[in-house]
Design a protein around this ligand. Structure first.
Ligand SMILES: [Ca+2]
Ligand SMILES: [Ca+2]
Length: 124
C-alpha cells in the first residue's frame, strides 16, 4: 500500500519533467494549478511507500477545456452588470441566443431569474 503519490503532468510535446507537478498526495482528490486551456498533457502517477516507488503510466492524454461559467457572458470571470446588459439586450431572443441560461432556445424571465441567482458572484 502506498503512503503517498507524486503526480507528474507535462505538455505532450515535452519529455517527462524531473520534478512532479504535485508531490506527496495522500488522498484521492487533487487540484493541479498551472495547466493551460486547450493544451494536451501526458501524466504519470508514482506511488511511494517504505519499500520504494512504482509508477503508473496510462498512456492517456489529458486535454484541458475551459469550464463554462454560468452567467459570465463576456467571459471576464465576473457575473456583473456588464453581463446583465448583455442578457437584457437579448431579452426576447428566439434563435442563436448566447444568454439563454436554461437552454430552451429563448431568452425570457426564467433566464433573467437564473442570472439574478448568480449575479455578483465570480467564476471558479
Ligand atoms: Ca462577466
Ligand atoms: Ca431560456
Amino acid at each position: 500500500m502506498a503512503n503517498d503519490y507524486d503526480l507528474y503532468i507535462w505538455p505532450s510535446a515535452d519529455g517527462m519533467p524531473i520534478l512532479p507537478l504535485v508531490n506527496s498526495i495522500d488522498n484521492t482528490e487533487e487540484i493541479a494549478d498551472g495547466l493551460a486551456d486547450g493544451e494536451e498533457y501526458q501524466w504519470t502517477v508514482i506511488a511511494n511507500n517504505a519499500c520504494g516507488s512504482s509508477s503508473f503510466d496510462s498512456g492517456w492524454i489529458l486535454t484541458m477545456q475551459d469550464v463554462p461559467c454560468e452567467g459570465d457572458f463576456n467571459d471576464d470571470g465576473f457575473i456583473n452588470t456588464a453581463d446583465l446588459l448583455l442578457l437584457l439586450a437579448q431579452f426576447g431572443c428566439t434563435s442563436l441566443c448566447n444568454t439563454d441560461m436554461d437552454g430552451n432556445g429563448t431568452v425570457n424571465t426564467n433566464d433573467l431569474l437564473t442570472f439574478l441567482a448568480v449575479f455578483g458572484t465570480t467564476c471558479p
